[in-house]
Structures are given as structure tokens and as C-alpha cells.
Design a protein around this ligand. Sequence first.
Ligand SMILES: [Zn+2]
Length: 275
Amino acid sequence: MEMDNWRFSKFKQNDVVIYKIPSFEETGLVKHGFTTRLGGISKAPYKSLNLGVNTKDNPDDVFRNYNIACSSLNIEVENVVLSHQVHKDRILAADERHRGNGLFYENRFPEIDALITNKKNVALVTHYADCVPIFILDKKKDVIALAHGGWRGTALKIGAKVIERMIADFQTNPRDCIIGIAPSIGKCCYEVDDYVIDHFKESYENIEGFVENKDKGKYYLDLWGAHEISLVEVGVPYENITVSNMCTQCNNDIFYSYRGENGNTGRMAAILQLI
Ligand SMILES: [Zn+2]
């Protein structure tokens, strides 16, 4: 069921459903989307648009799913640069030399949880099943980035670190950046323990804005709120951030959910390319 507070827009082509960020669409600067599990050819438990190259799904099916997803976004599949996510905060500045990485040949750039580029024919791709996808666009300098933030990446403030890297390497002004925080596990479904919360106490001055006590040693963690706080800290205007408000576990019919399916599932992808 689609909820009133969902902030991304639905794009449908044949059976493929992809969600888009309205503020990104308005710029006319990018082709982009966050895929769902709908519209692909994989069989259960990966049914059906599985874009996870490291799952145990049939690799030929995954490859065909990439062709389906990219063609829906009008992106050449040869342009994709896949990340290699390990819940850390290493960033790769990608260019033409990285095209095809992870899909047309084995990944050559290990331990990469965020990708940046200012090149037009490079399609950045990161993978998800509950973790937080962060889309970034510098509208003035035409620089794009994707960051993968599970709880570890969120505690490491990976989105804010990408903005800092864009400031250093591309002369980005954070005020020119718009952000999309795509479907991922919501606070409604994300119960964590002290071990997780202790990591956030180390990196955030105040965790009250995004942590709610449940029982003793049990908390609800709002990863979206934590990212918003860290992005505002580095100068991104709050009003430039669009949170989808879409929980992957609550909407397991549309999205893969690692928690909701005990780890035995496929992956959605964030895909972003400059026009
Ligand atoms: Zn939920």
C-alpha cells in the first residue's frame, strides 16, 4: 500500500517499478532511480529484479536484470561502475576507466562504499537490502555521488564524508547539493542493542534526535534522521534533503529486506548518471 508520506515518485515501465527523487528529476541533470524487486527475471528467493552480483542467484539472470533496469532508465549498461561494499567509509572517484567494473569483469576496487564522479558516461551503482542509499547531486558543479550507509556507515557519517571529499576534490559548495535518502529499513522496524548505539555515541554529539528507547538495552534507531543530522553538520541545507519515508521491511512485497527475509534475498540498486 502506498502511504501518504512517501516522498519519492513512482516510475513504472512494463513490470519494472523504480522510485525517483522529485528534486533530482527537476534539475534535468541526471538519470537516476532506486530499483525495487519488481520487473526482473530472477526466481525465489531473489524474485525478481535482483541486482546483487554477490548473491547466490544465477549470474546470467542478474546480468539480464541489469539490462532490464538500465534500459528502463535509458542508461547504457556498459557505463555501470559497481561498488564493493564492506560497511566502511572508503570512497572511489570513478571515471571512464572504471566503466563495467563488477559487472562485465570482476570487481577491481575492493572495499568501496561510496562512489563519486563528474563524468557524463559513468553510471554509479550501489546495492541494498535494508541499508540506507544516499543520492547526492551538486547542481552547480555537476558532480554526483552515491553512498551506502548501514548502521556502521551511518555511524561513520559516510554521507557527510562524501560531501567533504566533494568539497576537497571538486570545489563543491554543500549549499548547492541536493540529497535523496532512498527506501531502507525504517525506525519502525529497526531495533538495535547497546553495541550499535555505543558506536553512535562515539561519533554523534547528541543521539537523542534519532534514537528512541524501547526496553532496557533495546532501542529503535532512525538511520535516516542520523544521516540528515550529519549532512546538515557539513553544510547541506536541511530543506535540500528528501527522505523517501519508505521502509523496506514494512514493504517487503516491493523491496528486498535482509532483516525481513533472514538474509536470504536479493538486492536493489541505486543508479545515478549525469546527462
Ligand atoms: Zn518498517
